[in-house]
Design a protein around this ligand. Structure first.
Ligand code: TRP
Ligand code: MN
Length: 459
């Protein structure tokens, strides 16, 4: 199929589609797609334009992107508590960076739609029985039974309704007072408050409260400054399940252009970024901001070809390249890639995903990640950009606001034996609240140097 052939929301079907489930009941799939197609969009095209404007500022080095949330959301974990606790931690990380680095932060959740997972094998064998692999709650259930593992199209509709409910809560929290800077002390969960990062955060919160009180004493009317009371919060997920994304594609009446109505930003996974594949074909035709995950095997020519295909017009803020190399590989591999992209005249948002290149198995059999290696990759990412004169624009991470024990290390020095206590993830190990804050403080320290220089230069 030629790249230049015409695009439609379903033209991906003419391309090879990796990582999609085999539904035994084809008719049920068609019915679920038709029902999705008749439902309201979850987001609006004007929001996509706004996010691209924000990302364009990131690509010029004027803002920083924080993209975080669950590896895989689960239908059982979508009550108020998990969503609110994740949102709190993202707010805390954002405020650390905004305050300590004096840099605007774009807040983008991996949330309200992050339900589909790529797997290395189509099947899983356990004690002699072979069943389809678990591919995320939008496709099948995690329990190892034939009933749970059979892909069920009804789950597409459940994913939509969970996304809508989650997004509704997020919008309420972002705009309805919860994110007001006057409430900065209230975002800390109790178990985080007792950690060293929690204490560091409380000091920062005290300084913010003092600054606000000072400005108000000077006659500044905080109640009349909506910037202090609300945040823009955007959503994203991996555009893996193309039946779902196609059914939620809508046309912007104002421009006549197609957009993905399931989230503000969609990203292309490391395993589905083949240039002639179905996932690239779908994403090239929608108007949303698009992320591209780049693992250790990503070559400069592949990346440039993807940029030409996904962003032929060099639209500011359209593309975020999300490098996930592994802490031991970042120094060797990233600089050449940065150079190649820069010489091609491209200025994407460059993000660091320090999670996926650093996954290991603990001595007692848990899939885990070392916090020290996560920080190493982040440092390597900043060093590579400093070396090449490019801007380290953002961080992409897997976290939860819940008090889990999934990644090793951090200030609380979680060891292998502690992982068993609260290992709850449906897929990859996530940072918990204080590890996430620790990461934000590290990034703030690295970003602070240029910010301090800016403030000194100001008249
Ligand atoms: N609206 C500003 C922003 O989003 C300031 C702000 C309000 C803020 N509440 C916040 C920043 C919470 C970080 C976290 O940057
Ligand atoms: Mn993951």
């Amino acid at each position: 199929m030629a790249a230049t052939s015409s695009w439609s929301p379903s033209s991906w079907r003419l391309h090879k589609a990796l990582q999609l489930p085999n539904y035994p009941d084809a008719q049920a799939l068609i019915e679920a797609e038709a029902r999705l197609a008749a439902l309201p969009p979850l987001i609006f095209p004007g929001e996509i334009t706004q996010l691209k404007k924000r990302l364009a500022a990131v690509s010029r080095g004027e803002a920083f992107l924080l993209q975080g949330g669950d590896c895989a959301e689960s239908f059982d974990e979508l009550g108020q508590v998990p969503v609110e606790s994740t949102f709190r931690v993202i707010l805390q990380m954002a405020v650390v960076l905004t305050y300590a680095a004096a840099c605007p932060v774009i807040k983008l959740g991996r949330i309200a739609g992050q339900f589909a997972k790529p797997r290395s094998s189509d099947t899983e064998t356990l004690q002699g029985a072979t069943l389809p692999s678990y591919r995320g709650d939008i496709i099948n259930g995690a329990d190892f039974t034939p009933a749970a593992r059979t892909p069920d199209p009804q789950r597409l509709l459940t994913a939509y309704s969970h996304s809508a409910a989650t997004l509704n809560l997020l919008r309420a929290m972002a705009q309805g007072g919860f994110a007001d800077l006057h409430r900065v002390h209230g975002w800390t969960a109790d178990f985080v408050r007792r950690s060293p990062q929690g204490e560091r955060f409380e000091e920062l919160a005290d300084r913010i409260a003092q600054s606000l009180a000072f400005m108000e004493a000077c006659g500044f009317d905080a109640a009349a400054a909506p910037q202090l009371q609300a945040v823009e919060f955007y959503t994203s997920h991996e555009a893996l399940h193309l039946h779902y994304e196609e059914a939620l594609t809508r046309i912007d009446e104002a421009t006549g252009r197609a957009y993905g109505a399931s989230a503000h930003m969609l990203w292309l996974g490391e395993r589905t970024r083949g240039i002639e594949g179905a996932h690239v074909e779908y994403l090239r035709g929608i108007d949303n901001a698009v992320g591209v995950k780049l693992g250790p095997t990503a070559k400069a020519e592949d990346v440039l070809a993807l940029l030409d295909r996904l962003d032929p017009d060099h639209e500011p803020g359209r593309i975020a390249l999300i490098a996930r190399r592994g802490s031991d590989k970042v120094a060797a591999a990233l600089p050449a890639l940065l150079r190649a992209v820069k010489s091609a005249g491209r200025t994407p948002v460059w993000c660091c995903d320090p999670m996926h290149g650093n996954t290991v198995t603990s001595s007692n059999g848990y899939k885990t990640r070392d916090f020290a290696r996560i920080l190493d990759e982040v440092r390597g990412f900043f060093a590579a950009h400093a070396q090449e004169g490019t801007y380290p624009g953002g961080l992409h991470f897997e976290m939860t606001g819940q008090d889990v024990t999934e990644c090793r290390g951090g200030a609380q020095q979680l060891g292998d034996e502690a992982l068993a206590a609260r290992y709850h993830t449906a897929c990859d190990p996530r940072l918990h609240g204080s590890q996430s804050l620790e990461l934000a403080f590290l990034v703030a320290d690295v970003l602070r140097a240029p910010a301090a220089a800016r403030v000194r230069r100001a008249p």
